[in-house]
Write a new protein. Structure first.
Length: 311
């Protein structure tokens, strides 16, 4: 793998950070503090980004924010990836039908980025806002990893530094996700300690200590993803989100369509029904963008073949 060029890394980091804070402007000193950059290097990078229109400098407050040229980049990306528009359309249908918050996220390198949010915001903490990023480390991002090869799954688990018990559990859950077609995250994934750790990482995305702190918090419980084994239809759970993948033409899980929970206990049979409805919506988005659902009997993640994909 080619070594990343420092200047390219700085530019990508600055744009990603400003995208995650679209309504705010930051001085160069604030960007240096948040992103751990040398002020001279940051100044040179911002000058290039400004000349290209990718960032805009406020001459009065001396702050930097996203520039208008990125709008053209966004429109071009939507044309290149019709699945995004198709997924957002399905999120709108689900939000109106179920009267709940829905969202569309994408796998973006080592992160998960929120692309769209639709419907009413729930009483409990919602999915966030477009531009928010979360690291793609276990247990976060299960819909993106369930159909991946064993190398990608192993890297996902190793990044989270999970031990053998959690490793085995998350691999079982990935097999379940392939079988049902969707994942279910519990309210534990939005516990105060997790939210605080995520806030720190978003504020200081280049701080290795911030990600390490998040991994330690995530390791504190094995109940962040629902494993349906042993649960009856009448049992109740409090779920944070149900998510199903939208596949691209190569069969890769490029996007995830999600339903946010209300924060109230819900019967397991209702959760399964919501999951099946979500899978149908994700399937519509996949077909309308000429995507391809992977074969049911294909080799996945080094585990035994799963049941048929729901919906």
């Amino acid at each position: 793998m080619a070594r990343p060029a420092p200047a390219s890394t700085r530019a990508a980091t600055i744009i990603s950070f400003l995208t995650a804070h679209p309504l705010q402007g930051f001085t160069i000193s604030e960007l240096v503090q948040h992103l751990g950059m040398n002020i001279a290097s940051a100044h040179a990078t911002l000058a290039v980004l400004s000349d290209c229109g990718f960032v805009l400098r406020d001459p009065v407050h001396r702050t930097y924010a996203l520039g208008p040229a990125l709008a053209a980049t966004g429109f071009a990306a939507l044309e290149r990836h019709p699945s995004i528009g198709a997924a957002i359309a399905q999120a709108e249908v689900l939000a109106a039908e179920l009267e709940c918050e829905t969202g569309v996220t994408a796998a973006a390198g080592r992160d998960i980025v929120i692309l769209a949010q639709r419907g009413p915001e729930p009483a409990m903490s919602g999915i966030g806002y477009p531009g928010d990023r979360s690291p793609l480390l276990a247990p976060m991002g299960a819909p993106f990893l369930a159909w991946a090869d064993d190398g990608a799954v192993t890297a996902w688990l190793e990044r989270a530094a999970v031990g053998p018990p959690l490793d085995a559990l998350y691999r079982r859950i990935l097999a379940q996700v392939r079988g049902h077609g969707f994942s279910v995250a519990t309210s534990a994934i939005a516990a105060p300690a997790v939210v605080e750790a995520m806030s720190r990482l978003r504020a200081e995305p280049t701080d290795d200590g911030a990600e390490q702190n998040l991994t330690e918090v995530l390791q504190a419980t094995d109940e962040m993803l629902v494993l349906f084994d042993g649960l009856s239809d009448s049992d109740e759970i409090v779920f944070k989100a149900i998510a199903a993948p939208v596949f691209d033409p190569t069969g890769r899980a490029l996007l995830a369509l999600s339903i946010t929970g209300s924060g109230e206990p819900v019967r397991v049979d209702r959760v399964l029904a919501l999951g099946r409805r979500l899978v149908r919506a994700a399937g519509i988005a996949t077909r309308r963008s000429r995507g391809r659902v992977p074969r049911r009997d294909a080799h996945h993640a080094g585990t035994e073949p799963a049941d048929a994909l729901g919906g």
